[in-house]
Design a protein around this ligand. Structure first.
Ligand code: FMN
Ligand code: SF4
Ligand code: SF4
Length: 248
């Protein structure tokens, strides 16, 4: 069966998981990035699609709604791959199943894979490791062996939309040393950066940390007190090792 991987990956950890899936199939699967808007595509029912995306506050990243409007299936089977920073996936898989369904996809499998936390990469550091990769490969083998690709229920609370999101107010900003190169503006997934002064529109920012990781002068940062608060918060929930989970 033909396969395509779509990935949304502001800081590259989700892309690294997508690469593991691609390598398992010999490295020649078409990979399409969804981190910034893409072209409209329609996928037929003979293709198996992998949607790889990070978990944000137990949900899918908000721009995934726009991106999934650009990717249309036609009763097309998909596997939803939620990549998380060693805390929890909560409702991200069930939300993604709903969004994928609205775009014409049938969720035939899902998984939760641990990767470094993009707010503080010391949590989930060096994941996925050899043990994780062996489990991912075993999952893909079982997926290939499955005779019929039928819908699988994803975990999570179907009432996720009614829950109050637990957002951390982490908004990066440029320092005086900003040279105005525009890289952060160009690659922000949420269109949350002012083109002239490179300031962040807080209402639009999803705190993905892409602009911080891509800043050409390493001068775009979240202020130190907020980083300290965030790391202390994450320490409570992300310190003990979490294992990947698979649904087939
Ligand atoms: C705003 C934000 C919220 C996050 N929320 C969660 C979460 O609820 N649970 C979790 O385990 N990891 C969480 N993470 C960590 C990411 O899911 C994880 O680092 C992922 O690998 C990031 O993918 P990327 O490197 O492709 O951007 C969050 C990260 C960010 C930036
Ligand atoms: S401004 Fe916000 S949304 Fe845009 S790249 Fe930076 S952290 Fe992500
Ligand atoms: S990437 Fe860094 S240096 Fe370039 S405009 Fe953005 S904040 Fe300024």
């Amino acid at each position: 069966m033909r396969k395509v991987i779509f990935y949304f990956s502001p800081c590259g950890n989700t892309k690294a998981v997508a690469d593991i899936i691609n390598r398992y199939y010999g490295g020649d699967i078409l990979m399409q990035e969804l981190t910034t808007p893409t072209m409209d595509v329609i996928i037929d029912s003979e293709t198996l699609v992998f949607f790889c995306y990070p978990v944000y506050a137990g949900r899918i990243p908000k721009p995934m709604y726009d991106r999934m409007n650009q990717v249309k299936g036609n009763n097309t089977p998909c596997v939803n791959v939620a990549v998380f920073g060693n805390r929890a996936v909560d409702d991200a898989l069930i939300e993604m199943q709903d969004v994928a369904r609205q775009s014409g996809f049938v969720t035939v499998g899902g998984c939760e894979i641990v990767a470094p936390h993009s707010i503080d990469p010391s949590f989930g550091a060096n994941r996925p490791d050899a043990s994780d990769i062996a489990k991912i490969e075993d999952f893909l083998k079982k997926l290939d062996e499955k005779e019929a690709l039928t819908e699988v229920k994803m975990p999570g609370n179907p009432e996720y939309a009614k829950k109050k999101p637990m957002d951390l107010p982490l908004y990066p900003k440029p320092s005086k040393e900003c040279i105005g190169c525009g890289i952060c503006y160009k690659y922000c997934p949420a269109g949350a950066i002012n083109a002239k002064r490179m300031k962040t529109y807080k209402r639009k920012c999803i705190s993905c940390m892409r602009c911080v990781s891509m800043c050409s002068t390493e001068t775009r940062t979240v202020n130190l007190p907020m980083r300290v608060v965030a790391s202390a918060y994450l320490k409570k929930f992300c310190s003990d090792r979490k294992e990947p989970k698979f649904y087939l």
